[in-house]
Design a protein around this ligand. Structure first.
Ligand code: ADP
Length: 491
């Protein structure tokens, strides 16, 4: 049997419905995190390219925003079918470009297809409300209107779904979009979406994609933020980058939706089913080699279950198959790049230097970082303080779940959390005290569905994705009144 062809693609910008190289003609190599091979070359865009994309989106807005609901619905339903038909190709591309294994690839694909089908429905959602008025003869309305051009900046780690949700809600509500995928995922986070939606019938200019070389995101982001034609920006990525963007957005009084880092706790109560707790923790900590913003980073176990849990959990972690993301048996694939691998290594070594104990893993196996379990991590260690994007998790024993909640809340981040307990009512009571945008009881923290209000509190971000909630973020509400007869004024 012939060996499968390695996945390859050269990519350009997509502006006004046309595949367009960078104005300067520059490209950069898109490398596989597993093999290091060049998969293709991507356009290395700049501020000028970004301005062209914004102009295209601005010109497309009047037509797309007035497109009949049936037509908008048809585009998203077509796109869902096209994406499904290309499943094998998409999974291969995700593995090659981002080191995404088969399981997380199918999770992304499933989400993206559902997202498009739900977006098709959004075309028929009510566009406002009638409001009671105390002014006789006045009919009042709150009318929801698309804002115009929405900018979207997405990360590489779940490139298909995170770029998808960054553009689909805004488009379905009648906005036009400029998408800037991560430099690590120009195809699966950018080009692929343009291909599918264009083929599905989205008119030229409604979606534009700009890519850029590593280290050159600033010029694209700054242009998007400074343009008066861009009315909103949504960003998914790290808290430090999100904070910089929000500071700049403030200067331009531009509203932003921010989905940022997580330092997500998983709390195991003493009455938990041990097997379920271990299964959930292994999945929640190590899915996509720990490179999901919702991954469990800290596991707090009530003392009576702590030894048994920790022993079984560390043993399972140590056995997780590590290697080629194209092999369906692999659980721990490559880290996205050598800088991320070096950061993981440095943070684990720093924690160990401060007294942490390694219960599994703890040494890099380039380009992978094997599943690693630490305990006795002091609060001052970087790994205890901020999100560490990789297959490293901290397990600690607590005297009570309430203590776990207090420790979980003792961080600036508040994205997702989960609690495993035999008493789901107690779980609900604990959930109410957790400072997190998302809490799952008797599950691990990595979950998403297109219709759910996805987002964090504290430094994990502002605003919510989720199609039913996107209208809040990507529309303006206009108060309109109408009278059929003259009104009497006092002077
Ligand atoms: P990650 O660790 O996931 O790469 P980042 O926050 O660095 O997190 O990246 C998320 C997205 O933000 C990527 O698309 C990246 O290119 C983009 N980005 C990084 N720096 C900037 C910047 N200064 N302006 C705009 N976008 C940026």
């Amino acid at each position: 049997m012939a060996a499968a062809q390695p996945w390859t693609a050269n990519t350009t910008h997509f502006i006004a419905g046309t595949w367009t190289p960078a104005t300067t003609g520059r490209t950069y190599p898109n490398r596989s995190p597993w093999s290091g091979h060049i998969l293709g070359h991507a356009a290395a865009g700049d501020a000028e390219d970004t301005e062209r994309a914004i102009t295209a989106a601005h010109h497309a807005f009047p037509t797309w925003s007035r497109t009949r609901p049936a037509e908008r619905q048809r585009v998203f339903l077509n796109a869902a079918d096209l994406l499904e038909q290309r499943a094998t190709h998409v999974l291969a591309a995700l593995a090659a470009e981002t080191g995404c294994g088969h399981h997380f690839g199918t999770v992304q694909l499933d989400f993206a297809v559902k997202l498009l089908r739900q977006a098709a429905n959004l075309a028929y959602h009510p566009a406002g409300e009638l409001l009671p008025s105390d002014t006789d003869g006045t009919q009042a309305m709150a009318v929801r209107k698309p804002v115009g051009v929405v900018a979207a900046i997405a990360p590489w780690n779940a490139s298909l779904t995170l770029s998808g949700r960054a553009i689909t809600g805004p488009l379905a509500l009648g906005n036009t979009v400029v998408l800037k995928p991560s430099e690590e995922a120009p195809y699966t986070g950018g080009t692929l979406w343009a291909e599918i939606l264009h083929q599905a019938g989205l008119p030229a200019g409604a979606l534009n994609v700009i890519t850029h070389a590593p280290g050159e995101a600033g010029a694209v982001g700054d242009t998007l933020l400074a343009s008066p034609l861009v009315k909103r920006l949504n960003f998914t990525g790290s808290t430090p980058t999100g904070r910089r963007l929000a500071e700049k957005a403030g200067r331009h009084l531009k509203r932003v939706v921010l989905q940022l880092s997580g330092q997500n706790p998983l709390i195991v109560a003493a009455d938990a089913d041990l097997t379920h707790a271990v299964d959930a923790a292994v999945y929640g900590a190590f899915i996509h080699q720990g490179q999901v913003c919702m991954c469990a980073r800290r596991i707090y176990v009530e003392r009576p279950l702590a030894d048994a849990f920790t022993e079984r959990f560390a043993a399972r972690a140590a056995r997780l198959p590590t290697g080629d993301p194209a092999d369906p048996a692999t659980v721990i694939g490559p880290v996205i790049n050598e800088w991320a691998l070096a950061l993981l290594d440095r943070r684990v070594k720093e924690a160990v230097g401060l007294g942490a104990r390694v219960l599994a893993g703890g040494e890099p196996a380039p380009p992978c970082y094997p599943a690693t379990v630490l305990t006795d991590v002091p609060d001052e260690a970087e790994i205890a303080q901020s999100e560490t994007f990789g297959a490293v998790v901290v397990v600690e024993t607590v005297d009570s779940a309430e203590e776990a909640v207090a420790r979980a809340n003792h961080t600036d981040l508040g994205l997702a959390a989960s609690i495993i307990t035999g008493d789901s009512r107690r779980g609900l009571r604990l959930a109410a005290t957790l400072e997190a945008g998302i809490v799952h009881i008797n599950d691990q923290p990595v979950n998403d569905e297109p219709q759910m209000p996805f987002g964090g509190v504290k430094d994990s971000g502002w605003g919510r994705f989720g199609l039913g909630f996107a209208a809040e973020e990507f529309c303006e509400t206009q108060w309109v009144t109408v009278r059929d007869e003259p009104r009497t004024y006092p002077f």
